[in-house]
Design a protein around this ligand. Sequence first.
Ligand code: S3P
Length: 449
Amino acid sequence: MSGHGDPIPMTSTACGPLRGVADVPGDKSISHRSLILGAMCVGETTITGLLEGQDVLDTAKAMRAFGAQVTDHGEGKWSVRGVGVGGFAEPDGVIDCGNSGTGVRLIMGAMATQPITATFSGDASLNGRPMARVTDPLALFGCQTVGRSKGRLPMTLVGARTPVPVRYVVPVPSAQVKSAVLLAGLNAPGQTVVIEKEATRDHTERMLQGFGAEVSVVETEEGREITLTGQPELVAQHIEVPRDPSSAAFPVCAALIVPGSDVLVPGIGLNPTRAGLFTTLREMGADLTYENERVEGGEPVADLRARFSPDLIGIEVPPARAASMIDEYPVLSVIAAFASGQTVMRGVRELRVKESDRIDAMAKGLRANGIVVDEGEDWWTVTGAGHGKVAGGGLCASQLDHRIAMSFLIMGMAANAPVRVDDGGPIATSFPIFEPLMTALGAQVSRDV
Ligand code: S3P
């Protein structure tokens, strides 16, 4: 079921060549951070290209509840008049973060060192996800929490009245945990230090620097060590949100498997902590090129050109690359189904605690479409059927997970029989224009009535 309404069953059918330009929406990670950091400075932050997906809209609503003035000026232009570091007001009601783990975990971090109390909740997917990974380090600052069993939402946080800075080694590769600690560190005196053993997306560090905070990053024996000096005065910014590589993944992958396709996906953020999928696709033999490479708003950006690639081969994805493509494994497994040979994905335990258990959700749906999948706790393999030999015809459960729904709809575009998903509703959380965008390229995606 969709978190925000009745289920929307959808079907995707094999189509002719996909051609044209795919203007995908703004980056989800950067959109959340723009609103949250904008709310923590004094003055007006202006944003263009904000992703207007439900996840980000829920964060905008939350920032208003904490006292920021958040205004939608239309066409992706937004402004945030912030309340300053430590200036959050206590919300009147429950903060509903919908489907968004990023939203709730970053906002919890931002409020944990402020003398206010707030209660957080979400949809069935979010309320099942582990929150101890953020509340454990937030407790070190002096924040108290009461939630459901196994550290799940709904949960109330009582922010620290006299926060202390912390030194924290993040035990799982998670940019959300790292970011929650850094945002909490903003209102703690002195230096907060976060160490990550594996580098994860670094938008929070980059953006904190952009907003005027003192942040240094050094590589040490323990890992990547980030030091933030607390209680800065953040300076309002103008932010141009690059387009989301995680959304670009869908038209790119569709073009690789639909015969005759040639699709341009312009202006995609290629921050190395995010671009692992594209490297992997090229290793598999994808005809995928970067055009017009440039830097925009401090982030590397390029236009991606993807063409039909009939000779894809399965590969072993290096585990060290996992963090840089963690959200892309579902759609990679679809590409793996159209490749020849086996694709092996190891070191991906984190996939089990996303919007769904993504290994389980993809394995079930791939098998329903005639693909052989093997899995363990932190690995899975997909045995490719090869181009033209993916049976399709399956009904796939999206499990309240946008990326599962979109991955199977991409599969249907080149499978021998239509592929159905039980609920495409969650797609609106991250890629609200997925259906019209794919249809305009030539895809046949429809809502079942
Ligand atoms: C995100 C971090 C990742 C990713 C999510 C967005 C972020 O989650 O899966 O979609 O914006 O920080 P984890 O921190 O759980 O790896």
